[in-house]
Each structure stands twice: as structure tokens, then as C-alpha cells.
Ligand binder design. Structure first.
Ligand code: ZN
Ligand code: ZN
Length: 135
């Protein structure tokens, strides 16, 4: 059981989560790079029902190269990217690790979409890396 709390930069949106974190990943896909403005996304996936969100994030949906619908949740006031959903993983919510107070809980197990990573991004030795998304 993992307990996580966090908020956006301005504090308008906050969240509290209690539950298992079955997936922790760094995603280097171009959509994650754009939506975070960063080299890659740091994601902790939890059951949506385990995450209590205070405030209402704005959402933006787009198609992925795998043909699924991705929905990004961000603060409309300060622009902080907060959550992401994938239609292929119904009921799961990806929490962006950079917003989490208990950041020591973030230990990525895998790098995905390294085919589109920045040249400058150095991958951690020993962490599995997939060109796209593992089956
Ligand atoms: Zn905010
Ligand atoms: Zn991605």
C-alpha cells in the first residue's frame, strides 16, 4: 500500500492516493515530451478509484500511435501537467511523479518509447528499455 499526496504549482489542484502502484515508468514518447515540456514523463499508475482529486483539472485528449485515446489532465491556472489516462488501460490513472511529495516512492521499473528519446537523455543501466510500449 502506497500513500501519495501532491499538488500543482499554484495549489489549485491537489490529490491524495492510497493503493498499489503496479506500473512505474519513464515514458520518452513525443506526446509525453510535449505535454510535460520535459525530456520524458515520470509516471506512477494507480487505480483511478484510489486517487482522490481536489479541484478540477482541464483535460486534453489525443490519439496515440497505438490507436488508443490518451487524456492529459492539467491545471488550467498554472499549467502543471498532473495526470494521464490511456483508453487501453481503463480505470487506471498515471500520476506525474514530479508533483508527488513522497517522491522517494518513485522508482521507475522501465523506460518506454526510447526510440523517441532525446539524444541527451542517458538511460539508467540495468533498467529495461523498450523501443515502444511492451506488449
Ligand atoms: Zn495550478
Ligand atoms: Zn508517453
Amino acid at each position: 500500500m502506497t500513500h501519495l499526496t501532491g499538488h500543482c504549482l499554484c495549489g489549485e489542484i491537489s490529490f491524495e492516493a492510497d493503493g498499489d502502484v503496479p506500473v512505474m515508468a519513464n515514458c520518452h514518447c513525443t506526446a509525453c515530451r510535449h505535454s510535460t515540456g520535459s525530456a520524458y514523463a515520470t509516471l506512477m499508475f494507480m487505480k483511478q478509484d484510489d486517487v482522490k482529486i481536489t479541484g478540477t483539472p482541464k483535460t486534453f485528449s489525443h490519439g496515440s500511435d497505438a490507436g488508443t485515446t490518451m487524456t492529459k489532465h492539467f491545471c488550467a491556472t498554472c499549467g502543471t501537467p498532473l495526470f494521464t489516462q490511456n483508453s487501453a488501460r481503463e480505470g487506471m490513472l498515471g500520476i506525474r511523479a514530479g508533483n508527488i511529495k513522497e517522491h522517494q516512492e518513485f522508482a521507475p521499473k522501465v523506460n518506454v518509447y526510447v526510440s523517441s528519446k532525446l539524444d541527451a537523455t542517458v538511460l539508467e543501466d540495468g533498467l529495461p528499455a523498450f523501443e515502444k510500449m511492451p506488449g
